[in-house]
Design a protein around this ligand. Structure first.
Ligand SMILES: N[C@@H](CCC(=O)N[C@@H](CS)C(=O)NCC(=O)O)C(=O)O
Length: 224
């Protein structure tokens, strides 16, 4: 089996799900640093692979692909090891539904909220705006919490690809909200995911809980 090339820095919210997936599937890979302080995403060679100039992208035996959720699904469909691929078409549809819900609904609130506290200098933060975003985010997360109060994992009893992209975002949520008392089912699920070796390797590392910490991590080369 040829080596898969992943293009993207290791601390990106959208690269991490791809790395987690590759590890669960036991695939041979190399990762090249692109994006953030590494740059490279405007190079013509990169744009030929991903004309959006965003990370991640992969090249699998000459086949280029971008959009992190699409990459996760492609890898599962192509290299299923009976861990990540949902067992039935309906379970696949549920996993897919939640992956889409993450990108199409949650991300539009999660990302500005995350940016407002973890990627904005302390002096430039707007606490009222952050609170408003957090309230919106928590209302959305109640929907996922309700689902997980009745299901051990996203598709039911088994871990699957559906747990991966959301698992990365929810881990960041709880890392930034250690005192959070609500969303108990969501926390239980995050803690369950955190026991997986691939989670420990690709998700559970400092991502920078503040702009200042992020800048320090970047300086120390933690992104690569
Ligand atoms: N919908 C895209 C979003 C990709 C995206 O926005 N990636 C961010 C990183 S999380 C990016 O490319 N940022 C610019 C950079 O890192 O240079 C996906 O899921 O792959």
């Amino acid at each position: 089996m040829a080596k898969i090339t992943v293009l993207g820095r290791r601390n990106s919210n959208n690269v991490i799900p791809v790395m987690w997936t590759i590890d669960e599937l036991g695939l041979d890979y190399e990762r090249k640093n692109y994006g953030g302080t590494f740059g490279g995403t405007s190079d013509p060679e990169y744009r030929a692979i991903n004309p959006n100039g965003t990370i991640p992208a992969i090249v699998d035996n000459g086949f280029p692909l971008y959009e992190s959720n699409a990459i996760v699904r492609y890898l599962c469909m192509n290299y299923d090891n009976e861990v990540l691929m949902p067992k039935t078409k309906q379970e696949f549809a549920i996993a897919d539904q939640w992956m889409e819900w993450y990108k199409a609904t949650l991300y539009h609130v999660f990302h500005p909220w995350f940016w407002s506290i973890a990627r904005t200098k302390q002096a430039e933060q707007d606490p009222a705006k952050t609170r408003e975003l957090k309230n919106k985010l928590d209302r959305l997360l109640l929907i996922l919490d309700h689902h997980l109060s009745r299901n051990e994992y996203i598709t039911g009893n088994s871990f699957s690809m559906g747990d991966i992209p959301l698992g990365v975002a929810i881990n960041r949520y709880f890392t930034l909200n250690e005192e959070e008392q609500n969303l108990a089912a969501l926390r239980r699920w995050r803690d369950l995911l955190a026991t997986r070796a691939a989670f420990k390797k690709h998700v559970d590392f400092p991502f920078g809980r503040s702009f200042e910490e992020f800048a320090r991590l970047e300086r120390d080369g933690a992104a690569g």
